[in-house]
Design a binder for this molecule. Structure first.
Ligand code: ADP
Ligand code: MG
Length: 233
């Protein structure tokens, strides 16, 4: 579904991503993990078109998207959420989600889609609440809703559990399972490995701008490099 080929990104002289190549397969849930500062969010920023790489290419469904602006990438079917949600703070929950839906639908259909998604996440009661009054967990759900409203084929989620307390984690995992059942492919950055590993099909570990491991969760957990650089003994 998505192919990243020989991607390099520098900030000044600092090489954040160093000649990275990997793929995301249709219908999988792929985890992107690694120490803080290893370039995970930068990877999402490049795939979604917020940043340009210094070199390398990205293909989505066979089509090159490397130089496309974020709105075009969104229309092609890639949606993303942010580590710290970026909502339209003075707009209501409903309006935030509606704006996502407008990327794909006309006004009437977008309204319908917005309600469908609010029902899915059980946030109809919040529909008139302005984003700035939301709890951190609800902010995450609204951002996820806005991303889903664009009807993506591929959803990039940056640190889903950030903002949820431990008792809410299971319901978040349930939402992710439901999203997968809709036929949407997921790539997720997450630090709470114990919780996320159970639903991942595959894991890629980034460390100092390089992929140090790529495999099934159980392989990753016993990988010596990953233990040394990330998991610890
Ligand atoms: P991760 O998400 O894996 O924690 P990031 O991709 O956010 O890592 O950041 C990787 C490195 O790049 C960090 O050292 C960060 O400070 C740096 N960085 C990220 N974005 C920028 C930017 N826009 N300008 C300069 N440095 C940046
Ligand atoms: Mg990050």
């Amino acid at each position: 579904m998505l192919r990243v080929v020989n991607l390099t990104k520098k900030f000044g002289n600092f090489v954040v991503l160093n000649d990275i190549s990997f793929s995301i397969e249709e219908n999988e849930i792929l985890g992107l993990v690694g120490p803080n500062g290893s370039g995970k969010t930068t990877m999402f920023n490049i795939i979604s078109g917020l940043l340009s790489p210094n070199s390398g290419k990205i293909f989505f469904g066979g089509r090159e998207i490397t130089k496309l602006p974020p709105n075009d990438i969104c229309k092609l079917g890639i949606a993303r959420t942010f580590q710290i949600p970026r909502l339209f703070e003075n707009l209501s929950v409903e309006e935030n989600i509606f704006l996502g839906a407008l990327a794909k639908y006309d006004i009437e259909k977008a309204k319908e889609k917005t309600h469908e998604i609010m029902r899915f996440f059980g946030i109809e009661k919040l529909r008139e609440t302005k984003a700035r009054y939301l709890t951190s967990g609800d902010r995450k759900l609204v951002e996820l809703s806005r991303a889903l409203a664009t009807q993506p084929k591929l959803l990039l989620i940056d640190e889903i559990f950030y903002g949820f307390n431990p008792t809410e984690v299971d319901s978040v995992l349930e939402f992710l399972n439901e999203i997968l059942k809709m036929g949407i492919t997921i790539c997720i950055i997450e630090h709470r490995l114990k919780q996320i590993m159970k639903i991942l099909d595959r894991v890629i570990v980034l460390c100092r701008g390089k992929i140090i491991a790529n495999g099934k969760p159980e392989e990753i957990c016993s990988n010596k490099e990953v233990i040394k650089h990330y998991l610890g003994s």
